[in-house]
Design a protein. Structure first.
Length: 122
């Protein structure tokens, strides 16, 4: 049996860690980690899950749905109301690509740094 592994952190590359952390903070309500600075910012959820944002020189955002710059990673979030969540995310600076392969089951967005992420019904 393999050792038990508990996911404790996810880190995204970006050009501006503070701005991307601010976007996800407003979107999720996670708390800003006290050691955040201009090169690395983080958010924590009540159960300890940590999302980090690290500055990368010459960062190239993913291209969705094209793979000219691969997705690298994407996050999935469950929400009660897709329309309400979409309105909030667009107001916060997310983009909704034209290509939406999920139909009514999920919606794809990109964050301000270009990372794709999905919303699904809770």
């Amino acid at each position: 049996m393999p050792p038990q592994m508990k996911l404790t952190a996810i880190t995204l590359d970006c050009a501006d860690p503070e701005a991307l952390a601010a976007f996800y903070r407003r979107a999720t309500g996670f708390e800003l980690h006290p050691t955040s600075d201009s090169d690395f910012a983080g958010l924590t959820r009540e159960d300890g899950l940590f999302i980090g944002f690290q500055r990368v020189d010459d960062y190239q955002p993913p291209r969705w749905p094209a793979q000219t710059v691969p997705q690298q990673i994407h996050l999935d979030f469950a929400v009660d109301d897709l329309d309400e969540a979409e309105a909030l995310l667009l107001k916060l600076g997310a983009t909704k690509p034209e290509h939406q392969p999920g139909g009514h089951r999920w919606r794809i967005f990109t964050d301000p740094a270009g990372h794709p992420f999905c919303l699904t019904r809770a």
